[in-house]
Design a protein around this ligand. Sequence first.
Ligand SMILES: Nc1ncnc2c1ncn2[C@@H]1O[C@H](COP(=O)(O)OP(=O)(O)OP(=O)(O)O)[C@@H](O)[C@H]1O
Ligand SMILES: [Mg+2]
Length: 241
Amino acid sequence: MSDSTIDTSQDAQAAQPFMQAHGICKSFQSAAGRETVLGAVQVSVGLGEVLAITAPSGAGKSTLLKILGTLETPDAGTLRCGGEIVDFRNRRQLAQLRARSIGFVFQRFNLVPFLDAQENVELPLKLRRMPRQQRRCQAQAALALMGLESKRAAMPATLSGGEQQRVAIARAIVGAPSLLLCDEPTGSLGEQAGQQIFELLHTFAHAHRRAVVLVTHNESLARQATRRLYLHNGALQGHAP
Ligand SMILES: Nc1ncnc2c1ncn2[C@@H]1O[C@H](COP(=O)(O)OP(=O)(O)OP(=O)(O)O)[C@@H](O)[C@H]1O
Ligand SMILES: [Mg+2]
């Protein structure tokens, strides 16, 4: 495994780093033996930027995003959020951090199948113990932003792939988290809808000073990000491999 070769000149330009990962390693056991997916990943993402990460399938993008979102524990390395070291052993602190500061658009959406679209979007606000009426208003506004006013009462199974993806995005942004982690958020959308979502994420980052990490296979969107990194051989680098 090669050393991380992140483009530090670009990294240093990122104003007000919100999330900083240092020496992140992760390997999994497979039939062929222990497979290293991430080897000493270094990355920081600042408030006000959209950081795009691209790599071929199986390179470890989702694994990295899950670690940045504290949903997966790294084998080694440290994560700092708002300057504080994240303690992966403290489940309660992790849950609080996620509820307060992190929004996640999962690659497979992960909508709760027995809750309707509106209830799915309200979930992060419920975790913050927001009063019901306020929750409903915010969730409706997020769904409207995604063009899904008419689908508020729809169950996930009745929605198209693109609609499910937009519900998942609404759920991730509804609480205006400081860090938004998006795992191929436009994968089920057409070109035009994908571009619109990108612009929304861009506005979210720039106008509202949030940090957005965008994992994408879409070259055109990756090029429009504030900054772009490539995951290659388990490390992030600033140039195409
Ligand atoms: N929980 C797990 N247990 C075992 N292996 C895993 C686990 N999670 C991920 N992997 C392996 O780690 C590698 C990277 O997976 P990951 O999902 O991070 O890739 P990816 O870059 O997101 O791919 P894609 O573009 O297809 O979504 C794969 O070989 C996968 O099989
Ligand atoms: Mg993935």
